[in-house]
Design a protein around this ligand. Structure first.
Ligand code: PMP
Ligand code: GLU
Length: 389
């Protein structure tokens, strides 16, 4: 199994920083905001109340599961969602691992909309499955289509996974695009879609569609979400699924053997996040939009960089093939891995190779960083890239 490229790059950047090198890290997809105050306060009260120190129920506290189900019914129109369909876990990554561990037998295929988030393919392989990629290109905003999905499906296909808004591309599937994808499922039995909606609250189109809300799709959909991105709670480790009952029960069983219920105090914080004031999340979304504009203009100013305009999440995923075959000093750039090392060593900016996301022509940069850091990072990158001949 491969190491997580995002976490590996973050580790490298941290190590260089600890040696006193002025690294700007645009590698890790992690909000630079603090968790909103009212959520912090809820965690403090939970400690003071002294009621949440024991093992929590494996699938999560009942009130949190009810609040999540209510949110999914009211905001995502997943009208069938009930508390019993919800399994709270230690982050969306854990939820995805639960699902694939439960669902896949040796040799089962999972179609992945590519470019895709690093961990999907590795978790699928770990669970004995076989990843099958369908590829979106820069020209179509990196969105593979329903027709590609149909062609990729075989008798062995067990599941399909995508993220929207997408990590690493920031692309967002429209309702119509998702309807076309849902249509493909009509002719297939026993195939499930895993809809990773972790960036739901960072969506500049103003419209988030959940495939689990479409007619006939509730029983075929595992909606994955969590608190890391929209509420700036990466370190609290809370995520969840909403799934058909038999899958939710299987995930609860799996989780009961692996990790037990997620941290009690963090679940109380999550309850405050989902049922409390949503304004801080909206403010963060606004700030990300401002940064997107900033970075877009700075990227467009670098000769050779080709980018689309991301509609959500907080990533750019530019094509960097114009730099392949070029050199500077001892650096010979053959691919995007080389380019990332070059940028790290020459400009002290860390970004992640697109190869980790199934798109070796690209690099991913996260703009969940201050405007000051973004300006400085892009200016350093420009200098280093222009120097390549
Ligand atoms: N899905 C996607 C698309 C992600 O980018 C991430 C990274 N945070 C996750 C899932 C996992 O999130 P969590 O922090 O909840 O484990
Ligand atoms: N999801 C974030 C990213 O893609 C965090 C790192 C990780 O969990 O892989 O950078």
């Amino acid at each position: 199994m491969e190491e997580s490229a995002t976490l590996a790059m973050a580790k490298k950047a941290r190590e260089l920083k600890s040696q006193g090198i002025d690294i700007i890290s645009l590698s890790l997809g992690e909000p630079d905001f603090k968790t909103p105050k009212h959520i912090q306060e809820a965690a403090k009260s939970a400690i003071d109340e002294g009621k949440y120190f024991a093992y929590p129920p494996v699938a999560g506290y009942q009130d949190l599961r009810e609040a999540i189900a209510k949110k999914l019914r009211e905001e995502n129109q997943i009208v069938e969602a009930k508390a019993e369909n919800i399994v709270v876990s230690t982050g969306a990554k854990h939820s995805i691992a639960n699902v694939f561990m439960c669902m896949l037998n040796e040799g089962d295929e999972v179609v992945i909309f590519s470019p895709y988030w690093v961990s999907y393919a590795e978790i699928i392989k770990l669970a004995g499955g076989v990843p099958v990629l369908i590829e979106g290109t820069l020209e179509n905003n990196f969105k593979a289509t329903a027709a590609q999905l149909k062609d990729a499906m075989t008798d062995k296909t067990k599941a399909v996974i995508y993220s929207s808004p997408c990590n690493p591309t920031g692309s967002v599937f429209s309702k119509e695009e998702l309807e076309a994808i849902a249509e493909v499922f009509k002719s297939k039995k026993d195939v499930y879609v895993i809809a990773d909606e972790i960036y739901e609250l960072i969506n500049f189109t103003g419209q988030h569609a959940s495939i689990g809300s479409f007619p006939g799709m509730f029983e075929r959909t595992i909606t994955v979400n969590g608190f890391s991105k929209g509420y700036a709670m990466t370190g609290w480790r809370v995520g969840y699924i909403c799934a058909p009952l038999f899958i939710a029960k299987a995930c609860e069983k799996m989780q009961g053997q692996f990790t037990s219920g997620g941290t009690g105090i963090a679940q109380r914080a999550a309850l405050a996040a989902i049922s409390g004031d949503q304004q801080p999340s909206k403010e963060m979304e606004k700030a990300y939009l401002g940064r997107r504009e900033l970075v877009l203009n700075l990227l467009r100013d670098i000769p050779g960089i080709k980018t689309h305009v991301p509609e959500g999440a907080f990533y750019f995923f530019p094509d960097v093939t114009a730099f392949f075959g070029k050199s500077f000093g001892n650096h010979h750039i053959k691919n995007s891995d080389d380019l990332c090392i070059y940028l790290l060593e020459e400009s002290n900016v860390s970004v992640v190779t697109g190869a980790a996301f199934g798109a070796p022509d690209c690099v991913r940069l996260s703009y969940a960083a201050s405007e000051e850091d973004l300006k400085e990072a892009l200016s350093r990158m420009k200098k280093a890239l222009v120097a390549l001949v």
